[in-house]
Write a protein that binds this ligand. Sequence first.
Ligand code: 5GP
Length: 201
Amino acid sequence: MKPGLLVVVSGPAGVGKGCIVRKAMETMNCIVLSISATSRPPRPNEIEGVNYFFKTREQFEEMINNNKLIEWVEYCGNYYGTPKDFVLSEIEKGNVVILEIEVEGALNVRKMFPDCVLCFIIPPDFQELENRLRGRATENEEAIQRRLKRAKEEFSLIEKYDYVILNDTLEKAVSRFTSIVEAERMKTRRNNEIIEKFKNI
Ligand code: 5GP
């Protein structure tokens, strides 16, 4: 039985977290993505249950009160949170569960699951990030400025993460990310069962 693993992927809006994780899932079939709940309204291309579970603020607060979330935050005026049941059951199955979440949530996850792996994705430079965010054309100028400001705040916390992954090209970033997942799964402390078997030969 392979050990389950919780991997948190953070990085500023527009850095390409989603693309990296989706590509990684194509090459490693043990990777599953946790779908977050949010009170943010869906963007035109977003699908319920695929990108997020879209909730009203009241529904989200009900999830908080019923202890249905591992962590939650208020980010740029909206609630975001990680549903608990999916994460716990997938880890139990031995899968690698990815949480694509922002920094405050990531640091809360680390407190609850000290064994999780925290990865931070960085762009080649700040201008490139701004270009990508504008290229996405899904937000107005005010929202873009808010996200850029938030990106600067998040960069100041990179050292709290275990790994920093440069997204210069998608292919290289995916390879860096999957190497980390593979290596973390091979850590001796995650493989006690196999080790015991060999010790007793
Ligand atoms: P967006 O509105 O661009 O989809 O997401 C905004 C930010 O919220 C991103 O940094 C994203 O990673 C983060 N986020 C998405 N889901 C969650 C979650 O469940 N918990 C936390 N803490 N952050 C989340």
